[in-house]
Design a protein. Structure first.
Lengths: 435, 676
């Protein structure tokens, strides 16, 4: 039901990381395919290291929907980054937590002594999600190409129906649970209902997310961002989903998008569809010493949890709890939290679940309620609602940002977690500094 | 399998009685069709006339390519028309023997296949080429002031149609396998692994030979030719005036007159080439070819293995240098604090890569190698660091102080400065001997020359490495002394300023520019000033005027302070729409002064003489080479010093004296004239 990684082996260090600005999808393919984003995040990161790109033992990337020319996108990115033919690379997929999965895999290999230096992270170009032909069309095309003469072509043509042209939008399918048949937004509606989370609470949370991001941008706190450059002479320096002009009244006017008419989850209190990449460098003690690497922090523990797919948004509550129990931690022991904002409702539901003694007992197997996570210590520089959720990348982004927050505030312990479509949660406990 | 060997050729006869003829020119890394190679080939082919093999496959034993062309060294000593004609007829004869064989004949091509080598391949019935990126095919004879002479003009138009054939011969450009296949110049483009199988297969099952299809088949028709010829002449005239470059026009005439009679055309082709080979244009263009070889030899690639280049400053020069180095396969970090500047660099890079590389995969790879670096982190990885920030002594010195401790041991540190003495800049360095100048010209992608600038304290080994680096990025190094303007800007400046002065005196800009074009310059001086930017001209002129015999005309200051900076501001001497100038009409009845060209050219020549005297470059040939590749100085004149010699030292000196009497001391002959 759940599997956790107490890093019993060697210490896993995170030494550095970069990400791209996250670019909101604008109803057409954006300027960058996934590979471009991974390369853009990775090049400046590698350029400032004392070692060469070819010194990595492996490259691991999380990605949910790589482009058609990007099968095993980690290998594509590794080669494009100049890691050379001898550095193996592999791609992992755990939906919304693919980026965190990549870090977990890298941590495993380092802890087990199989690797000393790993480039890991996540990437997603949601605006480039595939649009597919339906099966009727594929069948018809087969017939068409088999028709060898004019008569046969004509006969095939007569069988073509307008309905065959209806495309399958890969992104919508990807964000719909195939087992329970609910869109991700509908699962958020589910848990909002369960924990009685109001539209006003969701909108207020969304507004606060934008406010925090605006402040972080203004104060230059997002220094893990590397500017993106397209081939038309544009530079992209910031997450462009930020709205500085929102207010509660405006948000209240928006129509719900998933449960039409009577739902509460709107585009504004959900994560934005975005393109982005985040890459981190993980190292063993041996590599840290060999290359004299500065240490950003360590991965202490991680946890994956499964739950009812229709309640997938509660995944973080399920994944973080075993780490807390295993490590004997109370909420006050964690300095900062990053819980990916897939939906405002879903983060609020996670907080509510931990305060709910019944839920903690029956669903999390705890003796009582865990307590309340202080919103002032959670997603302090904004989250998916304001800066977007490029699904494959977010898991890596929140770990990287959390470490930067710990460094900035000179604090020690942080917890990063995401909910995962299909009914899972993932969590990672990190600590700042070398020891 | 039987084999027999000549000095340059190896004959191999396989079990199917197919003859494989390997060319492996003795004592040379490159195959050229020298006299001995052709004589042996003629001897080898003779027995085939009576006893034909199953097929004949001609291939190269050299790794670098098929055949680079005729042996240019054999052109130099030619004096008599009969000699030249004999040399050409010998090549034609060998090609004719191949073409006359009834068995299938195949040229199996890898690497370069140029000039006479291409013509030999054209004499074969089939051409199969390696689809490797290094394969290049073409007929560059026109660049040497001649045209194809081993039957190329006769065989190419019927093979691929006149438009493509004439374009290839008139431009002299080399094309890759994709373009060659599309054109029909080759029959098959195959991977290296299948080359021999393909050649053997074609001999055993010969397909119908290639012929142009559709309307292209009609382009050699005698009714169509006059029409097409007229368009071709007009197109050539844009680039190469007939007075200076007669060969392209002769080539068009040849085709127009004789395309219906191949035997006659063959004779006329030979006669025409024989005539041009002995002419001044070819003589000087061959000289330019050898000057280019000499510049190449000044950079010994093995002295440096540059993998990572760091360019500081993403402006026009810095950005374009970075873009060029990444195109040449290096990893490049380009440092600039401004994101908008870096964004423009990537945009320009994409435009260039798209034009040069065409294939999306290659474009992406080149863009991946070009890394925008707003924090300057690339400097510590770089094998070569090129500083190209604005011309300010303090800013440059502060930068050097900051980066010197971060440099990799042995990394090359170069500046692209055009006006600040290196010895001043290097004061900021703990090791001042490591600073060298790499002075590129704008636009970097087109200007082949790079001045390698040494100050008295520059370590000569560092300068040699800098020259070696330019060979890694396919540019031509010219070692120069660190003196104001180095060579190229220095010889250009008096010439430009004289043009500005004349314009101020009331000579229309178009008249001045036309005089220079008529002399053979690639662009008139007024337009050149507008293109470079009048502000830049002014600052270079001011720097030079402090130390040299140059006065800055008030007109230049006037335009700059009025914000008329040239092409970039839309207005300079001319008014621009995009980068096209509006050419004002001359007043009816205007008679230009008779000495426009002389005033321009003699100031140029006089400054060149001064550079020679001061030892800005090592010798007169390097001066000519630098000026031709750095300024585009009329190549058919073989360089300024060569021109002085050919037109007569005394004649030019007298002209200079006359100008001095009329216009004053800026025309005082440099002391070097006595030594010329």
């Amino acid at each position: 039901m759940a599997n956790g990684t107490e890093n019993a082996g060697k210490t896993v260090y995170i030494i550095d990381g970069s990400r791209t600005p996250q670019l909101k999808a604008k109803n057409k393919p954006g300027p960058f395919i996934a590979g471009d984003l991974a390369v853009a995040a990775g090049r400046p990161l590698l350029a400032r290291q004392p070692f060469e790109p070819g010194d990595f033992d492996e490259v691991i990337l999380g990605c949910m929907m790589p482009g058609p020319d990007e099968a095993n996108i980690a290998r594509v990115a590794a080669l494009r980054l100049g890691c050379g033919k001898h550095v193996p690379a592999w791609t992992v997929q755990r939906n919304c937590a693919s980026g965190m999965q990549a870090l977990d895999c890298a941590a495993h290999d380092i802890a087990a002594g199989r690797a000393n230096l790993v480039l890991a992270g996540g990437v997603e170009s949601m605006s480039h999600a595939p649009v597919l032909l339906n099966n009727d069309m594929v069948g018809w095309l087969g017939e068409w190409s088999a028709a060898r003469n004019f008569g046969a072509k004509l006969a095939a043509l007569s069988k073509l129906r307008p309905a065959y042209f209806a495309p399958i939008i890969g992104l919508l399918r990807g964000l719909t649970d195939p087992v329970v048949g609910l869109s991700m937004g509908q699962t958020a509606e589910n848990i909002a209902h369960r924990f009685n989370i109001s539209r006003e609470q969701m909108d207020a949370f969304a507004l606060e997310s934008h406010r925090r991001l605006a402040k972080a941008q203004d104060e230059g706190l997002l220094n893990e961002i590397e500017t993106l450059y397209d081939t038309r002479g544009n530079a992209y320096e910031h997450d462009d989903g930020l709205r500085r002009d929102g207010d509660l009244a405006k948000l209240a006017k928006l129509k719900p998008v998933f449960d039409r008419h009577f739902g509460n989850v709107t585009a504004a209190n959900s994560a934005q569809i975005t393109d982005g990449a985040a890459l981190l460098i993980l190292a063993s003690e041996e590599a840290v010493d060999k290359y004299q690497l500065p240490v950003l922090g360590r991965i202490i523990d991680s946890q994956w949890a499964g739950l009812e797919p229709a309640q997938m948004g509660l995944g973080p509550a399920h994944a973080m709890a075993p780490i807390m129990r295993r490590r004997g931690l109370t909420i006050g022991d964690i300095d900062y939290w990053e819980i990916n904002e897939a939906f405002a409702a879903q983060v609020l539901a996670c907080l509510a679940a931990w305060k709910d003694a019944d839920y903690c007992r029956s669903e999390l197997g705890l003796a009582g309620a865990l307590g309340e996570i202080d919103h002032a210590r959670l997603n302090i520089d904004g989250g998916g609602v304001s800066l977007g959720h490029p699904v494959g990348a977010s898991g890596a982004r929140i770990v990287l940002h959390l470490l930067n927050v710990l460094k900035r505030t000179n604090t020690r312990r942080g917890m990063a977690s995401l909910c995962i479509g299909g009914g899972q949660g993932g969590a990672m406990l990190v600590e700042s500094g070398r020891e | 399998m039987t084999e027999s060997t000549y000095k340059n050729w190896r004959i191999e006869r396989d079990s199917d009685a197919v003859v494989w003829l390997h060319l492996d020119k003795a004592g040379s890394a490159t195959n050229v069709l020298s006299s001995d190679v052709l004589e042996e080939l003629n001897a080898i082919l003779d027995p085939f006339i009576s006893e034909e093999p199953r097929g004949l496959i001609i291939l190269s034993g050299k790794p670098n390519g098929f055949i680079a062309g005729a042996d240019i060294n054999e052109f130099v000593p030619l004096k008599e028309p009969a000699e030249a004609l004999a040399l050409i007829r010998r090549g034609q004869k060998a090609c004719d023997k191949i073409a006359a064989l009834k068995c299938p004949t195949v040229a199996l091509i890898h690497g370069f296949c140029l000039g006479g080598g291409m013509e030999l391949a054209l004499a074969c019935r089939y051409r199969i080429a390696d689809d490797d990126a290094r394969t290049r095919l073409g007929l560059p004879e026109i660049k040497l002031g001649i045209h194809p002479g081993f039957g190329g003009t006769v065989r190419l138009p019927p093979l691929v149609g006149a438009p493509a054939a004439m374009d290839l011969m008139l431009t002299g450009r080399a094309i890759d396998t994709r373009a060659a296949k599309k054109m029909g110049l080759i029959d098959y483009a195959v991977p290296t692994r299948h080359l021999k199988r393909a050649a053997h297969g074609v001999v055993m099952n010969p397909p119908p030979p290639h012929r142009p299809k559709g309307w292209l088949a009609l382009t050699n028709n005698s009714l169509v030719r006059p029409l097409l010829a007229r368009t071709m002449r007009a197109k050539v005239a844009e680039k190469a005036p007939a007075a200076h470059y007669p060969a392209p026009y002769a080539l068009i005439d040849l085709w127009q007159k004789y395309a219906d009679d191949p035997a006659r055309m063959m004779q006329e082709e030979a006669a025409s080439v024989a005539r041009f080979v002995l002419g001044d244009t070819a003589h000087n263009l061959v000289r330019v070819f050898f000057l280019q070889e000499r510049l190449k030899s000044l950079g010994k690639k093995e002295l440096i293995a540059p993998r990572h280049v760091h360019v500081i400053g993403g402006g026009v020069m810095g950005g374009d240098i970075a873009i060029w180095c990444a195109l040449q396969g290096m990893r490049v970090t380009v440092q600039d604090r401004k994101h908008e500047t870096l964004a423009k660099v990537i945009k320009r890079a994409y435009a260039l890569y798209k034009k040069r590389l065409k294939q999306p995969r290659l474009i992406q790879a080149a863009l991946d190698r070009l890394i925008p670096d707003d924090k300057g982190v690339g400097v510590s990885h770089a094998d070569v660091v090129i500083e190209a920030i604005f011309e300010d002594i303090t800013a440059k010195q502060n930068l050097y102080r900051e980066i010197e401790p971060k440099l990799k041991p042995g990394a090359l540190l170069a500046t692209n400065t055009s006006s600040i003495p290196l010895e001043v800049l290097s004061e900021a360095l703990a090791d001042p001997s490591r600073l060298v100048g790499l002075h590129f010209f704008n636009p970097v992608a087109q200007m082949q020359l790079v001045e390698i600038v040494s100050s008295p304290i520059t370590d000569p080994e560092v300068a040699r490495k800098a020259a070696a680096f330019t060979r890694h990025i396919d540019r031509l190094p010219l070692p120069v002394k660190s003196s104001p303007g180095f060579l190229v800007n220095r010889v250009l400046m008096p010439y430009l300023l004289e043009a500005v002065t004349m314009e101020w005196e009331g000579v229309p800009a178009t008249v001045i520019d036309k005089a220079a074009l008529d002399f053979g310059m690639p662009m008139g001086p007024i337009r050149l000033a507008d293109t470079v930017g009048l502000d830049i001209c002014l600052s270079v002129a001011e720097i030079l005027s402090q130390r040299l015999n140059v006065d800055v005309p008030p007109r230049l200051r006037e335009l700059v302070s009025a914000g008329r900076l040239g092409v970039k501001s839309g207005q300079g001497f001319y008014t621009y729409h995009g980068d096209k100038p509006q050419m004002p009409r001359l007043k009816p009845g205007y008679v230009p002064p008779s000495d426009v060209a002389e005033r321009l050219i003699l100031r140029f020549l006089n400054e060149a003489a001064a550079c020679l005297r001061e030892g800005v470059v090592a010798d007169a040939d390097l001066l000519d080479a630098g000026v031709i590749f750095g300024t585009g100085f009329a190549p058919f004149r073989g360089g300024p010093i060569n021109y002085v010699h050919e037109s007569g030292v005394e004649t030019q000196r007298k002209k200079l004296q006359a100008l001095e009497e009329h216009y004053g001391k800026r025309f005082v002959a440099d002391a070097e004239w006595a030594e010329l």
